[in-house]
Design a protein around this ligand. Structure first.
Ligand SMILES: *Cc1c(COP(=O)(O)O)cnc(C)c1O
Length: 496
């Protein structure tokens, strides 16, 4: 088979292999790596129906990561999807009322980023070996909460790597913060930024683009890589669970052969929903991709008007992992709908950088017909959690509730009866305060840790290991800095 090669969204000239794209994270020109085309599945749904999560992962990932050998890829998959997950099925499907929740929160940090971040370290260290890299790899990550902990957990004590995570001080939940600052591992560092997620993310991007810093690091035997959702090694593992979910719906006879489903995804950086779009292009019968936002509804407005405009107030919501004004992965979609025109993409991204906005052409807008945008206010999100609990006894987290609300509203507004899958991205235990006060205001005054016990009683679900762990853990990370001082912080940590 010919190798599937990857290009930058901002440069049509150079191609790299999959393992090189995984290793680099971000292209040198600031663009994102994209495959030259989206490969088709080469196994039938009939075969996929009976496959385990790990087998499905291999069937999907081998199509994208063609320069990894079968042995390498299977070894990465086995190391990733093991007893770190609290269920053998890895990503269970749960029917809640008339929708299907794909629970992506059964990994080490009880949020969906574990799905990709438990495999990325293995894909990355394999890529380093394959490409003769002898430098130590430094993972640099900006997080709005969940990526940080999932990346720390994935990379902790992985030989040949170091990881530095930046998060917005005050912009993540108490549980999220505790999860990060208690992280063990000699190679882990955590820094709180005085600013919001976009400041942290822009800061990390600037460090990646800093050629002088790159030289200095190289002299000391270090090189950067990214664990953010811009890394293709994050995106590809996320395609897997959409293929898996469809096959399981088929196996459970919830849908007929070839029946199309809609997929609703609570969206921030646009990685998860882009993976669903790739799954569709691989051949999974998906009709609409419903992009659900919270009150930071940049994407809703974009799908509505064709204008992406981040010049607006940044709102802190109860779904902090979606509090994002620059959805980095959208660039991959922009590139695709521009007809894989790197020059056009680069021009729009330049406008985003300088003016904070851009407008796509009418021809590009036509290619967005697979997508529907929606959003939920804080009030609507709470309402969704409460009414779903009252109707079904199922307790969902705030991010998932945004999607569930948008999914239900879409159905009501359009009359579209297509069955719908909701990506359920976090355990309610991770956002216990918001979830419990949505169910009943009387919980507002209680301590977050006590609310975990209340949630356990109310939902009848087990308290996850990840929560038990932080209850008594010691705080190990106390670094803080201004967004402008991130470079100095990195140099200090690495002793450069
Ligand atoms: C990261 C995250 C999201 C958003 O996913 P993107 O891929 O960034 O769009 C939604 N929900 C939770 C719980 C998350 O951690």
């Amino acid at each position: 088979m010919m190798n599937l090669l990857y290009k930058s969204t901002r440069n049509a000239e150079r191609t790299v292999t999959a393992s090189q794209a995984v290793l680099k994270g971000l292209a040198e020109d600031g663009g994102l790596f994209v495959p030259e085309y989206i490969p088709k599945l080469d196994v039938s749904m009939d075969e996929l129906k009976d496959m385990s999560y790990q087998e499905t992962a291999y069937a999907v990932m081998k199509q994208f990561l063609t320069d990894y050998t079968e042995e390498e890829l299977k070894s990465c998959i086995e190391k990733a999807y093991d007893s770190k997950f609290d269920t053998e099925v890895i990503a269970p499907l749960v029917k809640v009322g008339d929708t299907y929740h794909l629970e992506l929160f059964h990994g080490a940090t009880i949020a969906f980023k574990d799905m990709a971040l438990s495999i990325l370290p293995h894909l990355l260290t394999t890529a380093a070996k394959k490409n003769g890299v002898t430098n130590e790899i430094v993972i640099l990550t900006a997080t709005s909460g969940d990526t940080g902990k999932a990346a720390l957990a994935g990379f902790a004590d992985v030989p040949g790597t170091k990881i530095i995570v930046f998060y917005p001080k005050g912009g993540v939940s108490r549980v999220q913060e505790l999860q990060m600052v208690t992280q063990k591992g000699e190679n882990t560092s955590v820094v709180a930024i005085h600013g919001n997620f976009d400041n942290a993310q822009s800061g990390v991007k600037a460090l990646f683009e800093d050629r002088e810093l790159e030289r200095e690091l190289n002299e000391k035997g270090y090189q950067f890589s990214s664990a953010n959702s811009i890394n293709i090694g994050r995106l590809v593992p996320q395609v897997v669970y959409y293929v898996y979910a469809y096959a399981k719906l088929l196996q459970n006879e919830e849908i007929a052969d070839g029946e199309k489903i809609n997929v609703t995804v609570p969206t921030g950086n646009f990685g998860n929903i882009l993976a669903a779009y790739y799954a569709k292009q691989m051949g999974v019968p998906i009709a609409k991709l419903i992009c659900a936002s919270n009150e930071n509804k940049v994407l809703f407005d974009f799908f509505q008007t064709g204008v992406y405009d981040k010049n607006r107030e940044f709102i802190l919501t109860s779904s902090p992992s979606m509090d994002i004004l620059i959805s980095s992965n959208l660039e991959r979609l922009i590139y695709t709908i521009a007809g894989q025109d790197a020059q056009k993409d680069a021009e729009l991204m330049r406008q985003l950088n300088t003016e904070g906005r851009y407008e796509i052409t009418p021809q590009m807008r036509e290619k967005l017909s697979d997508f529907v945008g929606g959003y939920a206010t804080e009030e609507e999100t709470k309402e969704e959690i409460r009414t779903t609990y009252e109707r079904t006894g199922y307790v969902m987290d705030t991010h998932t509730a945004v999607a569930a609300y948008v999914c239900a509203k879409y159905r009501k507004d359009t009359g579209d009866k297509t069955k719908c899958l909701v990506a359920s991205t976090a355990s309610p235990y991770k956002f216990a305060r918001s979830v419990m006060t949505a169910i009943d205001e009387k919980y507002a005054a209680e301590d977050e840790m006590e609310l975990i016990d209340e949630l356990h009683k109310v939902s009848g679900t087990e308290i996850p290991r990840a929560i038990e762990e932080i209850r008594n853990a010691q705080i190990r990370h106390t670094r803080e800095c201004d967004a402008e001082a991130m470079k100095d912080e990195v140099k200090e940590i690495l002793g450069v």
